[in-house]
Design a protein around this ligand. Structure first.
Ligand code: IPD
Ligand code: CA
Length: 280
């Protein structure tokens, strides 16, 4: 005799796995299409369409075109889903699934023709990120993760580096666009730099989190991120074995984002908390 409760549970799992597989396929296709548009359609005279929080926080015509392509694609493939995008897309939806989209993470790199920029797409449901895709066309890399199913770059499984001694850690970070915040961020990094191997500032938070997942950085932290910057990369880092969070005991947020392998994450998080990396 089959236990009906168990059978229900099994069916729930199956339905959830099917949903995750569908969301991953849709996210990969959207990211691929947007990536082609951005890589192949980048005008030689790319200009700034608008600025956001400050004169150096730019939006290009291609950020806007990429977000439109992605949201149009979701409207066609998954019309009931909600969307939240960096360039203003914000729609509730009815399915319980919400897409969190950064149409170009690393806009300043893109503007200057530097390679480290990505399309970042995450799907959330019931407060959890189910799927994350970070597609970096010029690097020729697509990072992906499904909750509970591991993280990959292409078909290669991702694994964080084992925690090194603190003073040997290569730590990525980033800086906000507002001058007052940067003053504080500079003070924090000045305290951290003498205590670690070195610091990297790549220019795309989504790629930084994937680099932790791939063992190309030992750890990463930043204050002032938005959900579209970290949603996909956070899942990819966690599925590769990283711990992620904000201040000690808090989930990662705009206040503070920290990622690293167990053994390095905890002392880094605690040091950053003590240095006041979470406030301006
Ligand atoms: C920025 C990048 C950068 C980080 C900034 C983000 P954008 O996103 O992720 O690395 O330091 O905090 O705002 O503006 O290029 O989409
Ligand atoms: Ca961004």
């Amino acid at each position: 005799m089959t236990d009906p409760a168990r059978q229900d549970q099994r069916q729930d799992h199956q339905r959830q796995d099917q949903l995750k597989a569908e969301l991953l396929a849709v996210a990969l296709e959207a990211a691929d299409r947007a990536g082609d548009l951005l890589r192949d359609g980048r005008p030689a005279d790319l200009g700034v369409a608008a600025t956001k929080s400050s004169a150096v926080d730019v939006v290009t015509e291609m950020d806007l075109a990429s977000e439109k392509l992605i949201t149009d694609f979701f409207a066609e493939r998954r019309p009931g889903d909600g969307v939240l995008g960096e360039e203003g897309a914000n729609h509730e939806g009815t399915s319980g699934v919400q897409w969190v989209i950064d149409p170009i993470d690393g806009t300043v790199n893109y503007l200057y023709g530097r390679p480290d920029w990505a399309v970042s797409i995450a799907a959330r449901k019931d407060g959890e990120t189910f799927v994350g895709v970070v597609h970096a066309p010029v690097r020729g890399e697509t990072f992906r993760a499904v909750l509970g199913q591991g993280a990959y770059v292409g078909d290669t499984p991702l694994r964080v580096r084992t925690a090194p001694p603190f003073e040997q850690a290569l730590v990525g970070t980033g800086f906000g666009y507002i001058a007052e915040r940067r003053v504080r961020q500079a003070e924090v990094v000045a305290q951290l730099l003498p205590r670690v191997r070195d610091i990297r500032r790549g220019g795309s938070a989504a790629i930084d989190l994937c680099d932790v997942a791939a063992g190309r950085l030992d750890a990463y932290y930043e204050r002032g991120l938005n959900p579209w910057d970290f949603a996909a990369g956070d899942l990819i880092a966690r599925e590769a074995g990283a711990r992620t969070g904000g201040r000690p005991g808090e989930p990662l947020s705009g206040e503070l984002t920290v990622a690293g392998p167990p053994g390095l994450f905890e002392p880094l998080q605690s040091l950053l908390d003590g240095l006041g990396a979470w406030h301006d």
